[in-house]
Design a protein around this ligand. Sequence first.
Ligand code: HAM
Length: 419
Amino acid sequence: MSERIQAVRGMNDILPDQAQWWERFEDTVRDWLHAYGYRNIRMPVLERTDLFVRSIGEVTDIVEKEMYTFIDQMNGESLTLRPEGTASCVRAAIEHNLLYNGAQRLCYTGPMFRHERPQKGRYRQFHQVGVEALGYAGPDIDAEQIVMCARLWRTLGIGDVALELNTLGDSAARARFRERLINYFEQHAEVLDADAKRRLHSNPMRILDSKNPQMQALIAGAPRMLDDIDDVSRAHFEGVQALLQAADVPYTLNTRLVRGLDYYNRTVFEWVTGSLGAQGTVCAGGRYDGLVEQIGGKPAPACGFAMGVERLLELMQHAQPDAPRVADVYLVHQGTAAARFAFAIAENLRNDGFSVVLDCSGASFKSQMKKADGSGAKFAVIIGDDEAAAQQLTVKPLRGNGEQVRCALAQAVDLIRGQ
Ligand code: HAM
């Protein structure tokens, strides 16, 4: 035997037992997105590297060390597997002039790639559902997106998620805050670790995000963004909060919440759970009013978020009873004439809307019946050469203690439908 080839570390197969949960999640999400008027967009997983460097920011974990970047051997172009969807979505909207006729509510689902250290809830290929509202300036869209998340948690039966909220102000406020932070950290340079020292002048706000226990006291005493906020951003933030309060969505103000991507301004938020260990953020986003212009479009305000599907599924599986999807009918047959008849009957039953698993094992009748039992199907339909000659089927309920019945197709359809 040849050596087995395994999947790439941190990139998981989603096997059928697990995939049925994904399908259930995706069905719910599709209806939910529709209820808020979001329209689906599908971008390629590969983009020019520049797109992510320019939007996410040069001095961020993602760009510095987590991107799958390679040179296209054919033309020497630097390409990157998308680490997130916002940059691609905005690129696509600009490229196809989607903002020409006004604002757009867009959504996408799919795999993202980050070369992080894999652990529970953190993968190198993971999936996001993302939402981007392009061309909207008011606090109503920020609040709507947050309220929208709260609705999804309710629909999925997920209780243990809390909302953290902050505002980053406009770019001038951020510049002021940056200066104050640099000043503050410079005065305590001896406490800074190597990462913080490296970021001190390029991206000091990221130091606030550090998990290093030795720096927590220093971080706790750092200046607060809220004190530098400009009046327009303050009013915007108050608008968001008023709408959340009116909608009864509780939140905690977290002035340390800065997010790991550079494109944000004003509102930022994260939904966090205590039930998943270290990887507790299930959904995150905020406003990014400068990004459209930054990647070559006409200026347009925007706001969005993305959720981690693997993390939410973990919560959803705890919250919902197991309800595997099974076929209506498992079709058992024995004999040459029966096989042909069974093949046609399976198609007929599908025409009537049933899901049918036709046994194709060529195994004994007994072993086929065992498979039917194990399949979880509601009924076995049994066809032997006798049935084939009489153009009939035997319908055997596999749950409860109903009698088996031999009848014509039309009657079998009624039986299976439960009439
Ligand atoms: P993000 O915070 O980088 O934001 O990712 C959003 C969510 O994706 C996280 O909260 C987490 O649930 C999930 N996630 C991230 N990395 C991993 C991983 N390695 N394994 C499993 N799940 C992960 C963004 O990506 C922004 N594009 C969100 C956004 C959209 N902001 C505005 N619009």
